[in-house]
Ligand binder design. Structure first.
Ligand SMILES: NC(=O)c1ccc[n+]([C@@H]2O[C@H](COP(=O)([O-])OP(=O)(O)OC[C@H]3O[C@@H](n4cnc5c(N)ncnc54)[C@H](OP(=O)(O)O)[C@@H]3O)[C@@H](O)[C@H]2O)c1
Length: 289
C-alpha cells in the first residue's frame, strides 16, 4: 500500500507528510529506499538540516520542502509524522529550540537515534505538546537496497493502527522486527552495527583473494557474492549454519584448512566480543544526558 492510502486507513489526512528532522546518511538512506520501492514520492517528504549546504543538496535532488529552521518547518507542516534523525548528542539542543506546543498536532513521533530511551525522549518532548506513543526505530544503511534488518520498539501501542505507518516504512526498507525496549541495545548491535562488521569481513576476504593473485575487482565481486550466497542459504534452507559449514568441509580438503586458520585466529570470539562491545557502548550512550 502506498503512503497516502495508508495514512487514510489510519484515519489521517491523505496529504500527511513524513517529516525528517535531520537529513544525513541514515535519513537519506531511509527516504531513498522508500522511494525506490514506490512506497512514497518526493512530495511526501519534508526535511530539515542544519546547514545551507545540506539544504541545497536536498533541493537539488528534488525535495522542495527542505528547511534549515525546525520551527518554521513544523509550523508549515503541523500534521506530519515526525522522524527525529539527528545525532543523539545533538538531540538535547535541537529539542530545546523547539517552540512550546509545536508538535501538539503531530500524530506520531519516531526516533531513529541510537541509545535514547522512549522515557528520555518523552520527557524531553513534553514542552512540544506531543502526547502520543513514542516509537524507536533502528534501521541500517542496507535499507538503501531494501535489505535493512530494522528494529522497532515503543512505550505504548499507537492508536488507530498508526504503528503500521512505521512498520510499512521499515518493511519496504527490508525486514522489521518489533522488540521489547530492554532488548534494543543488544539487537541494535546485531542488526544496526553488524553491517559495519560485515563490510570489514568482505573487504578482508577480498584482500585474501588479492594476496592469492586475483585482480582486486574480481576478488571483491567474489567475496561479496560469497557473503550474499551464504546468507541466502542460511535464510532459505533453515539449516543451522554449523551444519552448512560441515557440509562444505570435505575430509582433508582446502575448506577445512581455511576454517582451521579462522579458528586459530579466534574469529568467532572476535565477533562475539564485537557484539558485546557495541551493546555496552549503546548502554553507556543511553546514560549520557
Ligand atoms: N548511520 C547509521 O548506520 C545509523 C543506523 C541507525 C541509526 N542511526 C541514527 O541516525 C541518526 C543520524 O545518523 P546519521 O549517520 O544520518 O548522521 P549524519 O549523517 O551526521 O546526519 C545528521 C543530520 O542531522 C542534521 N542536523 C543536525 N542538527 C540539526 C538540527 N538542529 N535540526 C535539523 N537537522 C539537524 C545534519 O544537518 P547538516 O547536514 O546540515 O549537518 C545532518 O543532516 C543518529 O541519531 C544515529 O544514531 C544511524
Amino acid at each position: 500500500m502506498e503512503w497516502s492510502n495508508l495514512v487514510e486507513s489510519c484515519g489521517l489526512n491523505g496529504e500527511t507528510k513524513l517529516i525528517f528532522i535531520g537529513g544525513g546518511n541514515m535519513a537519506g538512506a531511509l527516504i531513498k529506499g522508500a522511494i525506490n520501492s514506490n512506497f512514497i514520492t518526493k512530495d511526501d517528504i519534508v526535511v530539515s538540516v542544519r546547514s545551507k549546504e545540506s539544504a541545497a543538496k536536498w533541493i537539488e535532488d528534488g525535495f522542495s520542502n527542505t528547511f534549515t529552521d525546525n520551527n518554521e518547518m513544523l509550523k508549515k507542516f503541523p500534521l506530519g509524522v515526525v522522524f527525529i534523525c539527528v545525532k543523539p548528542q545533538l538531540f538535547g539542543s535541537m529539542v530545546d529550540q523547539l517552540e512550546e506546543g509545536i508538535l501538539h498536532a503531530s500524530p506520531l513521533v519516531v526516533s531513529i537515534m541510537a541509545g535514547l530511551s522512549t522515557e528520555t525522549l518523552s520527557q524531553k518532548l513534553i514542552h512540544t505538546g506531543y502526547s502520543h506513543s513514542m516509537i524507536r526505530m533502528m534501521p541500517s544503511t542496507p535499507c538503501l537496497v531494501g535489505a535493512s534488518a530494522t528494529l522497532l520498539c515503543y512505550n505504548s501501542l499507537p492508536i488507530n493502527n498508526r504503528l503500521s505507518l512505521v512498520t510499512s516504512l521499515a518493511d519496504c526498507a527490508g525486514t522489521c522486527t518489533i522488540l521489547e525496549e530492554k532488548q534494543f541495545h543488544a539487537a541494535s548491535a546485531v542488526a544496526a552495527c553488524a553491517p559495519a562488521y560485515v563490510f570489514l569481513l568482505i573487504e578482508a576476504l577480498a584482500d585474501g583473494g588479492v594476496l592469492a593473485g586475483l585482480p582486486r575487482k574480481d576478488a571483491l565481486n567474489l567475496a561479496t557474492q560469497s557473503f550474499q550466497g551464504a546468507a541466502k542459504l542460511v535464510a532459505e534452507s533453515r539449516k543451522h549454519p554449523g551444519q552448512l559449514k560441515d557440509e562444505v568441509c570435505s575430509a582433508g580438503g582446502s575448506t577445512i584448512a581455511g576454517v582451521r586458520v579462522l579458528e586459530r585466529a579466534a574469529v568467532r570470539s572476535a565477533l562475539i566480543e564485537a557484539v558485546k562491545a557495541s551493546t555496552e557502548r549503546s548502554e553507556e550512550m543511553s546514560k549520557m544526558k
